[in-house]
Design a protein around this ligand. Structure first.
Ligand code: 13P
Ligand code: MG
Ligand code: MG
Length: 365
C-alpha cells in the first residue's frame, strides 16, 4: 500500500551562544519536549531536532500535507518557547528571525524558513536534509545543479537508464517573486544563465520527468522583507536519494568543492561553504566560515530512521582544508569586493547608514 507522508523542515534562529556561533542546549531540549508532546498527541508521526551554528531546525514527518496550519502552528509555538528560554538566558539576537509576534494560518512570511515535500514513501525512502549557517537561499544552486544535471558529478545520469531522461528545475526569481520551470539536460545552459546569480535566482525544487519530487529548498529572504540585515536566512533543503533519484554519494559529492556563498560576518561577505559534522557546526572565525551539515535518513512508515551525520567523514577533510585556504585569501581582501558583497546586496546591511549621510557632501564633477 502506498503511504503518503509529508516531510517538513522548519528552522529559525531564536538566539545564539556566544554571539552567532551556536545554540544553547536548552533550546534543543525545549524543542524536543514540545515536539514530543505533539508526537504523543498524534499530530506528527515523528521528529528530529537539529541545529547548525545558531540555527534550530525542526525535522517533522506527518500526514497533513504541505502548508498545514496545525503543523506550522506547532513549529511556531516551539520556536516561541525556545525563544522564551533564549530570552531568560539573554542569548544573542533573541527571536532574530521573527518578522511577526503573532501566528497567522501559515508560518510562511513570518520569518522562519521552511522546506516541505509531500511524498509517497518508497520501498526504500532515503533522503538527506541539508542545513546551512552563515549562508543564504542561493547556497543550494551549485550543489543541486551538479547533482541533478552534471554528468561529471552524477555518473547515474550516464549509466542508469532511469536517470537519463534528466530532471525538471523550478527556479524562482526571489527578488521579483516569479518562477520558471526548465528541463535538463535540454535547458542546462539556460538554467546556468539564471542560477549563477544565486542572489536573484534560486532553485526552489527539482522533479523527475514523471512528476516525483526530488528536492526542495527554502527560499525565504528575511532581509528583503525587513529591508535591513538582522541575520541571514541560513537555508535548508531536503533531497531524496537512490532509485529514480541520484545516489546519496552523488548528492553529497558537490560539497567536496567548497563553493562561495553569501552570508559570512554580518551577512556582508562571501565565504566558502564548509561541509562539517554537526559537532563541528559552530562557526567562529569571523563568524564563519559558512557551514553545511547533512543529515541522512531512511523513512519507515513515516518514522525517521537515523540520522546519519553524512559529512562526518574524513573524505571531506580535503574540502575543509581547501575552505580554510580560501578563507585565508578572502579575509586578506578585507572590505573590498568581491570578497565583500556587491553594493546591491549591501543595501540590506548597515552600510547605507554610513554612505547615505555622505550624499550631501558629494559635488558634481
Ligand atoms: P546569523 O544569520 O547566523 O544569525 O548570523 C548573523 C551575522 O551577522 C553573523 O556575523
Ligand atoms: Mg544569529
Ligand atoms: Mg545562523
Amino acid at each position: 500500500m502506498s503511504e503518503k507522508v509529508t516531510i517538513s523542515v522548519i528552522k529559525a534562529d531564536v538566539g545564539g551562544l556566544a554571539g552567532h556561533s551556536g545554540i544553547h542546549p536548552d533550546l534543543a531540549t525545549v524543542a524536543q519536549k514540545s515536539l514530543g508532546k505533539a508526537e504523543s498527541d498524534g499530530l506528527i508521526i515523528d521528529f528530529h531536532v537539529a541545529w547548525v551554528g545558531d540555527d534550530l531546525q525542526l525535522i517533522l514527518t506527518h500526514s497533513h500535507g504541505e502548508d498545514n496550519e496545525q503543523v506550522h502552528r506547532l513549529a511556531w509555538d516551539t520556536f516561541q518557547l525556545a525563544a522564551a528560554r533564549a530570552k531568560e538566558l539573554k542569548l544573542c539576537g533573541v527571536g532574530q528571525d521573527f518578522l511577526s509576534d503573532k501566528f497567522t494560518r501559515s508560518i510562511r512570511g513570518l520569518g522562519p524558513s521552511l522546506a516541505e515535500m509531500d511524498i509517497v514513501e518508497r520501498e526504500n525512502e532515503t533522503f538527506v536534509v541539508f542545513m546551512a549557517d552563515k549562508a543564504s537561499p542561493g547556497a543550494w544552486n551549485f550543489p543541486l545543479y551538479k547533482t541533478f544535471a552534471d554528468p561529471f558529478n552524477t555518473i547515474g545520469l550516464v549509466i542508469k537508464p532511469k536517470l537519463q531522461q534528466g530532471f525538471r528545475f523550478e527556479i524562482h526569481n526571489v527578488r521579483k517573486r516569479r518562477r520558471i520551470f526548465l528541463d535538463c539536460p535540454q535547458d542546462i545552459y539556460r538554467v546556468l544563465a539564471l542560477i549563477g546569480s544565486a542572489g536573484h535566482y534560486v532553485i526552489k525544487s527539482v522533479w523527475t520527468k514523471d512528476g516525483d519530487i526530488a528536492a526542495i529548498s527554502s527560499t525565504e529572504l528575511l532581509n528583503l522583507e525587513r529591508g535591513q540585515h538582522v541575520g541571514k536566512e541560513d537555508p535548508v533543503a531536503i533531497v531524496r536519494a537512490q532509485s529514480q533519484f541520484p545516489a546519496m554519494g552523488e548528492i553529497l559529492e558537490p560539497f567536496a568543492l567548497p563553493h562561495l556563498v553569501e552570508g559570512w560576518e554580518r551577512g556582508a561577505f562571501f565565504g566558502p561553504l564548509m561541509p562539517v559534522a554537526q559537532r563541528e557546526s559552530h562557526p567562529s572565525r569571523n563568524d564563519g566560515p559558512p557551514r553545511v551539515v547533512a543529515l541522512g535518513f531512511q523513512l519507515a512508515h513515516g518514522k525517521l530512521i537515523g540520522p546519519r551525520d553524512m559529512f562526518d567523514d574524513p573524505g571531506y577533510d580535503a574540502a575543509r582544508a581547501e575552505c580554510n585556504q580560501i578563507a585565508n585569501y578572502l579575509r586578506r581582501l578585507g572590505p573590498f569586493e568581491p570578497a565583500r558583497l556587491s553594493m546591491d546586496s549591501m543595501k540590506y546591511t548597515t552600510l547605507p547608514h554610513v554612505i547615505d549621510p555622505l550624499e550631501e557632501r558629494f559635488e558634481d564633477i
